[in-house]
Design a protein around this ligand. Structure first.
Ligand code: ADP
Ligand code: UVW
Length: 773
């Protein structure tokens, strides 16, 4: 508590000084406007000072700045008991929100009858004075002190989080949205308002006559909008669902129809928008005074969810939180108390949910419970109760025990704490915007903005491409895909540096006008040192170069590209993501060779590769097949390089590739698993040196070596040559053998997933691998 005491008139001495610093905040200007009644827009956030239609930065009201002088006089010198007699002011400059101001007063004169005259100045951080003047005060006669914290707190009813999200969402691509039955002014107005703010492109689905009549009644022009005539509510809902299937809509918005009618079309098992996730509703609330968004779930759909349903409800909310920019959302599973009590079933479920999250059954956030409302959102309450938790006091998401309690929390916040609420239904193939008749414009816009975030997968892909046939004997080609349009361009390039410069040459055509802020690189080998994405400094590049002998087909080219990209974009941040990193959760038995220990310690171990591919697949499993996220999964990445990975609970527990990307499955030109005795034989009986053996194993073996024809699976599949057939048979045989071994390691198998050029495209290989399984 701040206690101030004064200096009575008798003790004041000429030259005495006091000062205070104060950061100007937009809230201060709002409080001033409210208490003084001065609503001059130049002092208000978002005010338009010059009438050009654009919001200007608010200017601190001069009398508010001057009031800071009175604070120093009243609190410090002379302090409590001081009364103004007069103050003259000269305003020399202006302050804005964000400026730090320093107020200084200096006693210039003492006069009879307790009068004291102070020179007063207010300066900005750069020392420039913005106010100068002189204060004459009646100083206190006797010693006094007071406690500042005795004042009541003030909360300004602003919704800064929504304002910020809307500002950030408006420049994003507008989301094509099927608006179902917008045939009353509220729902049509909400859709048109969101379109005006470039959040959605509405497709109006419903009774066309009624929609047009509503447009006339509201005096709005509906020409720019597509209207799809659907005579009844249920036909309109079904048509909206169809628009999503056709890829024409990325969200559905409820208009003037019963929520049940809309949801019935969405959850329809045949042709609806169901995923394996349960549908749930999330309220996102901007609560005045709270420094972050607060999400509450489920206040609208699941009445009394059971444990497994709560898993989906939490996961939906975490996914939305992440889409809204909360990196690791903190989830408080609420009950009436924060200890597990068998008489309160919600406490037992909360504890189970927290444990499930620890074990990876809920992902992407931190889940803790049971927590009571006070210690979920208030740090002091959590501290007082001695709760040690990353969530307590800081919850982003409140998971309520049931619909009634969630609904009450959300409504209390809206109507008692003046929160603004937007909401979405999640868990379907696309977000469903459910606004309520009570929503104001900001709430409606926020719900649409949430849908834009929920539907966007972070940064948008503007173009992709690859270089093919990088060899002196073939015509090298650059293939670029952009918005469904594919272009194939012949390029002059014999090596990776040439290929990269061809790519960079196109970058300007593709992204003209944009600057490159960052470049992400796949780097195959991270060794023991690099287990997470790492910025590529000269020192890091040096260390990665030492790993080139362990991945001669990849590492040197990866690093050549890094250096070419640094030269092309010197100001961009360059990040390496490692193929080995995902496998660092392997148990020792997978990673070691049965060699003397010193070799393991020196880094001679099974690293495993294709980790970026496996990590992506694992994240997609969690997103699209949550039931499998904690399952036993084998992923077969079958491309020119080929390997398999055993995944349990989303983590790699084994890989067929080893110290180098040679081991395991046979590949396009690599041998895969081989008896090391073969290499000794080659050295001892054929006099082959390391380079010759490396060339044989990396470039002349695998499908190419066995078939004697080509490394390319497409050509082998079309060939009648028996050696081609045998090469494919060997490929399939080794995959099946590894699959058996991995299933044993996992203690069973819940799913086998294929990826890579062969895995994705060759139905024949998939069929032969799975035959009889
Ligand atoms: N339709 C297809 N049928 C069979 N194999 C295919 C098909 N399309 C691509 N492939 C094979 O995929 C392999 C290349 O896989 P890919 O993952 O693109 O390569 P990389 O490992 O070099 O990234 C080649 O053997 C190619 O023949
Ligand atoms: C590690 C590896 O083999 O990679 P790729 O499949 O790209 O050759």
């Amino acid at each position: 508590m701040n206690t101030y005491s004064n200096t009575p008139w008798d003790a004041l001495e000429i030259g005495m000084e006091a000062s205070a610093k104060r950061l100007c905040r937009a809230e201060d200007f709002l409080v001033y406007a409210s208490s003084s009644g001065n609503h001059n827009p130049v002092h208000l956030p978002k005010g338009d000072h010059d009438g050009d239609g654009e919001a200007d930065e608010p200017i601190a009201p001069s009398m508010w700045v001057a009031s800071l002088i009175s604070a120093v006089l009243g609190n410090q010198l002379p302090g409590p008991g001081t009364l103004y007699k007069g103050q003259n002011l000269r305003f020399l400059g202006r302050a804005h929100a964000g400026d730090e101001l320093t107020v200084t007063i200096r006693l210039a004169k003492k006069k009879p009858e307790l009068l004291a005259v102070f020179a007063t100045t207010v300066t900005k951080a750069d020392g420039a004075p913005i106010v100068e003047g002189e204060a004459t005060v009646i100083a206190p006669k006797t010693k006094l002190s007071f406690a500042a914290d005795d004042l009541p707190g003030l909360t300004v009813q602003r919704h800064v989080h929504f304002d910020r999200l809307l500002e950030l969402a408006e420049p994003l691509p507008a989301l094509p949205t099927a608006v179902v039955c917008p045939d009353d002014p509220k729902s049509l107005g909400g859709a048109l308002l969101a379109a005006e703010h470039t959040l959605i492109v509405p497709i109006l689905v419903g009774d066309e006559k009624k929609i047009r009549e509503t447009g006339v009644e509201m005096g709005v022009d509906l020409h720019p909008f597509e209207i799809i005539d659907a005579p009844t509510d249920s036909v309109a809902a079904a048509r909206a669902v169809q628009l999503v299937h056709e890829g024409r809509a990325g969200a559905v918005m409820k208009g003037h129809l019963h929520t049940d009618d809309l949801l019935r079309a969405i959850v329809k098992s045949d042709g609806g928008l169901r995923t394996r996730r349960r549908l749930s509703h999330v309220f996102c609330m901007d609560v005045p005074g709270l420094d972050h968004l607060l999400m509450i779930t489920d206040a609208a759909i699941n009445i009394a969810p059971e444990l497994h349903e709560k898993v989906d409800i939490i996961q939906n909310a975490i996914d939305l939180g992440r889409a809204l920019g909360v990196e690791v959302p903190k989830v408080a599973v609420l009950s009436a108390v924060e200890t597990v009590n068998p008489k309160l079933p919600s406490t037992i479920e909360a504890a189970a949910l927290a444990k499930m999250a620890d074990r990876g059954q809920i992902r992407g956030g931190i889940v803790d419970g049971p927590l009571a409302m006070d210690n979920a959102v208030d740090e002091d309450a959590a501290r007082t109760k001695g709760i040690r938790s990353l969530v307590a006091g800081h919850a982003d998401i409140l998971m309520a025990p049931n619909l009634e309690s969630a609904n009450m929390i959300a409504k209390q916040l809206t109507f008692l704490a003046h929160a603004e609420a937007g909401g979405l239904v999640l868990g379907a193939k696309c977000p469903v915007i459910l606004s309520s008749r009570a929503d104001d414009d900001k709430a409606r816009l926020a719900s649409c903005a949430f849908a834009v975030y929920a539907q966007g997968d972070g940064p948008a892909l503007r173009a992709s491409g690859q270089v093919e046939n990088l060899s002196p004997t073939q015509q090298t080609r650059l293939i670029v895909e952009r918005g469904g349009d594919k272009q194939v361009v012949d390029i002059e390039a014999n090596d990776h540096a040439g290929a990269l410069s061809a790519i960079l040459g196109r970058a300007d055509v593709l992204f003209g006008g944009s600057t490159v802020a960052g470049v992400g690189h796949r780097v195959v080998h991270g060794g023991t040192d690099f287990v997470a994405p790492t910025e590529l400094t000269p020192e890091v590049i040096g260390k990665l170069r030492t790993l080139e002998p362990l991945a001669p087909l990849h590492q040197p080219h990866n690093l050549d590209c890094v250096e070419a990209a640094i030269a092309a974009f010197p100001d961009a941040v360059q990040i390496a993501c490692f193929d080995t990193a995902f496998h660092r959760t392997h148990p020792f038995v997978n990673d070691t060779f049965a060699l003397p220990r010193k070799w393991f310690d020196e880094g001679v171990r099974r690293y495993g590769f294709h980790g970026l591919s496996y990590e992506y697949i694992a994240s997609e499993i969690a997103r699209t097949e949550p039931d499998l996220a904690s399952g036993r999964v084998v992923i077969a990445h079958l491309g020119n390089g080929a390997s398999m990975c055993a995944v349990r609970d989303g983590l790699s527990v084994g890989s067929t590739m080893g110290f180098t990307a040679l081991d395991g499955l046979p590949m396009g030109t690599r041998c895969g698993q081989i008896d090391p005795g073969v290499l000794l034989y080659m050295m001892q009986h054929h006099g082959m040196d390391a380079d010759q053996i490396a060339n044989l194993l990396y470039r002349e073996s695998g499908l190419k070596g066995l078939s004697g024809l080509t490394h390319d699976m497409r050509t082998l599949e079309q060939s009648d040559d028996p050696h081609a057939r045998e090469a494919i048979d060997y490929f399939v045989f080794r995959i099946r053998r590894e699959l058996g071994g991995m299933s044993a390691v996992l203690g069973g198998l819940d799913a086998l997933i294929f990826t890579g050029g062969i895995g994705e495209n060759s139905a024949r290989i998939r069929r032969e691998v799975c035959a009889g399984q």
